[in-house]
Design a protein around this ligand. Structure first.
Ligand code: SAM
Length: 280
């Protein structure tokens, strides 16, 4: 028995189902159920809430989310080897855990979820950043989810909360802070995982704002910001060359000096630039 439910401890689950961690799937498992329950608590009050979990693996965070009172967890997992372990959890929480086998980048979960909806995940960082950008850039706002509680490499977490003028400030900071409140909720050392990764990790919590902080089209803002930071050491007039033929005029219209570098441009200014580019 474990500390948070009457299911077997995760080490036993992994041994029973032969879930040796696969590097190709970014598998670093959390086996301490007190810790997974603590992460689940960072997601906010889960009672009466559906939770979308990406990459449940052997189910440590899934069990945390359910023990913290989630109405339902919809879990999307790419590794079929994990399904029997997840089925055991589904038996323990009848009607509350639905598992979909597949790649989260290819699956639209919405049909299986009822609002209010929160998202929680401990994912390989490349899949995590790709999903984060997708969650942040739907054409209309507010999104279907109230909050995202996501594990990242510490360095990626710092990029999400970074302020202008810092090295970590870039596309992830602008897109995240444009439409959400962001905070680092927890820091975790490599030893929290099995096997331990090379670097530290952190849980980032993003709360969707009712409306974006500043008006801008998500697609245009994404393009502008990606291009600006692609050559972050260059002045904006050079970095953004090719975006529109009259980029210097657009920068002036947005109140930004063409000799500024992307690192110095606030979220508000990037949104003004996206509007100026869209109206060009
Ligand atoms: N949530 C578990 C935990 O905290 O112990 C597992 C975390 S492990 C870092 C990442 C999990 O995501 C693995 O179970 C892996 O198989 C799964 N995964 C990797 N890529 C995925 C994808 N594209 N779609 C869905 N699941 C994926």
């Amino acid at each position: 028995m474990s500390t948070i439910d009457d299911l077997p401890p995760l080490r036993q689950v992994i041994a029973t189902h032969g879930l040796s961690a696969r590097k190709s799937l970014g598998q670093n498992f959390l086996l301490d159920l007190n810790l997974t329950a603590k992460i689940a608590r960072q997601a906010g009050d889960l009672t009466g809430t559906d939770v979308l979990e990406i990459g449940p693996g052997p189910g440590g965070l899934t069990r945390g989310l359910l023990s913290e009172g989630a109405r339902k967890v919809l879990a999307i997992e790419k590794d079929a080897r994990c399904l029997p372990a997840l089925a055991q959890i589904a038996d323990r929480y009848p009607g509350q855990l639905q598992v979909i086998e597949g790649d989260a980048l290819q699956i639209d979960p919405l049909a299986h979820l009822t609002p209010p909806i929160r998202v929680a995940a401990n994912l390989p960082y490349n899949v995590g950043t790709e999903l984060l950008v997708r969650w942040l850039t739907p054409p209309s706002w507010p999104p279907y989810w109230q909050s995202l509680t996501l594990m990242f490499q510490r360095e990626v977490a710092e990029r999400i909360v970074a302020q202008p003028g810092s090295k970590a400030y870039g596309r992830l900071a602008v897109l995240s802070q444009w439409r959400t409140d962001v905070r680092i909720a927890l820091s975790l050392p490599p030893e929290a995982f099995t096997p331990p990764p090379k670097v530290s990790s952190a849980v980032v919590h993003l709360t969707a704002l009712p409306a974006p902080r500043f008006d801008a089209d998500a697609d245009v803002l994404s393009r502008v910001v990606a291009k600006a930071f692609n050559q972050r050491r260059k002045m904006l007039r050079a970095a953004l060359k090719g975006l529109t033929p009259d980029i210097e005029d657009r920068l002036h219209a947005a109140g930004i000096s063409p000799t500024t570098r992307a690192e110095q441009v606030s979220v508000e200014e990037f949104c003004a630039l996206a509007r100026a580019v869209a109206h060009a």
